[in-house]
Design a protein around this ligand. Sequence first.
Ligand code: BGC
Length: 764
Amino acid sequence: MRARRMAGLVVVLAIVVGLGAGGGAQAAPLAALADAEVQARVDALLAGLSLEEKIGQLNQAGALPFPGSPKIEDVVSTGGAGSVLWLNDTKKFNELQKIAVEQSPSKIPLLFGLDVIHGYRTIFPVPLAMASSWDPDVPERAQTVAAREARAAGIHWTFGPMVDIARDARWGRIVEGAGEDPFLGAAMAAAQVRGFQGPTFGAEDRLVACAKHFAGYGASDGGRDYDPVYLPETQLRNVYLPPFQAAVKAGVGTFMGAYMDLNNVPASGNSFLLRDVLKGEWGFQGFVVSDARAVANLVTQGFARDGRDAAYRALHAGLDMDMASNTYPQHLAGLVADGTLKAAEIDDAVRRILTIKVRMGLFEHPYTDESLLAKVVASPEHNKEARWAAQRSMVLLRNEGKTLPLSKDLENVAVIGPLADSQDATDGSWLVFGHTSNAVTVLQGIKAKLPNARVEHAPGPEIRREFPSFFEAFMPGPKKAPQTPEEAEAAFQQAVATARAADTVVMVLGESANMAGEAASRASLDLPGRQQELLEAVVALEKPVVLVLLNGRPLAVAWAAEHVPAILEAWEPGSAGGHAVADILFGDVNPGGKLPVTFPRKTGQTPIYYARNLTHSPEGRPMYSQRYWDGAVAPLYPFGFGLSYTTFSIADLKVSAPQVKLGEEVTVTADVANTGSVAGDEVVQLYIHQKAGRDSRPMRELKGFERVTLRPGEKRTVAFRLGPDELRYWSTSAGAWVQDAEAFDVWVGADSTATLSASFTVVP
Ligand code: BGC
């Protein structure tokens, strides 16, 4: 053992010395290393580690000074951590790394992880917004910039992309994902992995990505964060898993387990998910980290008897790294000593972590140049990218009488609402620790666009959560006392008076950043606070009113959809968001985003999504169509919906063959033309319905989309291929993936209610 250990260390030292510790242009690009060479290095490292050192690699230590937690320097110097999270300080990264590399027994460098969700210094639209672009280039380019900035700060590993499908807008974390659809979600997941990690794993300006939260987290009962999830295998495999599998196919380095119970087995101790599906069927070679404290929480959740049982069940189920619960360091050695866990199980987990460390070049580049970040974030390109991403992510929901675009000759504009000048709502949910905002608000964006106009602002009554977020404890700065009812009333009157004195009113309403995200579920999807009342009071003034929504989830804005002539869904658009809103409001940019999630009319319609199955009493038949006696069943805005300042026609739908054999492809084509007078983007969407089969299938499923830019009068043919990957599904009846020889309907159009249709049949 001793000899093997020495041999391992000698190999590691040779590698580090040979390539120059701390960087240097001569370092081989790690991705270029053949797998066999990576494995040889990992074998050598592993052979040199004691059991304690191995267990150290499986621990991710939290750097937040929680009461009673050991000093992070002590954990690192004794070899007690393979990774550190919740730190965002380049100097401190280097200090800890020096301790790891020079003082810890194994000398293995630390992997620094942090949540870089939609930007590091330059903030991009929230992921739900980026999915609204229906353009995978948007998240790919955004996460490329995020990775470049974060890596320059010394971060190696981001806990993103979050690829949870969410069909219930009450769930606060809907903001972090790509919405309700597995096909769109898979495209956005793969794009984000490509953006974070780059074309070759281990590039010096990229991050290791982490697909989370595996799996089913978005389907929590009642939309309540962390609540149990019950998903039959057909839903899990057909709807919730495809974005995760897409991340694996895109080469994602790591996965994160979810918190909640999935069918009564917590995701962090779920060997079906981790061993059978992820590491078995999908052949995932990276490692799996728990969610924060999730291993210890197996006890809290009523699954494991105690910490020892929790450590056993998580590791045995395939969870490789313990995030911040200190359960693995406390119990794994004892579990190996008494034979409960096999040493090979520990080795497999350590091997996975070391493989990532070797492949990403951590041994060659353990340190970060402390002057790099300032140079990287100074790039004006990054701001341009953020503005472009925000422009492409916004969705025009209503535009009666061509209210938009507004004229740049306006002289007297009121910009009203609690979010109009809010950097917090503009940046959006989940920024990195210690972020100082430089967001351009909507008010600032409009002022910049109309330098000679009178632009007045009044926020109206403040909005705030009824119950504060657990995370607010971590926010810097003094906490503001709530407005008194009198102060709120005065602010209300002031806002109405400001609107009255203007010729045109832009209302900026929605949710503050802490109203969506983790631990931010809601029981109502109405505009919070007195915003609805304010909107009605301003509309009653009978001026041209435009509503800009800043929010991280669909809101039930049925009144606005009937009474406000123009509505722009701007989401939480990031640091250049105010400019992007103004670019669209004043016609410099024609909006082309589409909803990645259905908007309900009323909260009670949730969960709501387009890809439902038919029933014995299909909607549309007069006697049967009404599912609720107190309101419509149809959503306010369907999945895939979004308007433009121009008009499009989609016609001439063709299917390459009326019949194809099982396993063969059909090609579906349609012509899209810009029939209006300005250039614009249309997202051409293809939906299918399998008309009968071993199982019932959804009445529509998205299976293709393309965002095209067309000049006035320009026409383009868009083509989609439908092959076995698109036509197969997980069948409850068969207990397997199947493709049925059956008839299919196809629709191509501008949203999920498209009417242009054709059909084809798959024959044996
Ligand atoms: C969240 C994860 C996050 C982790 C680390 C948890 O509370 O659920 O999404 O990556 O914290 O910050």
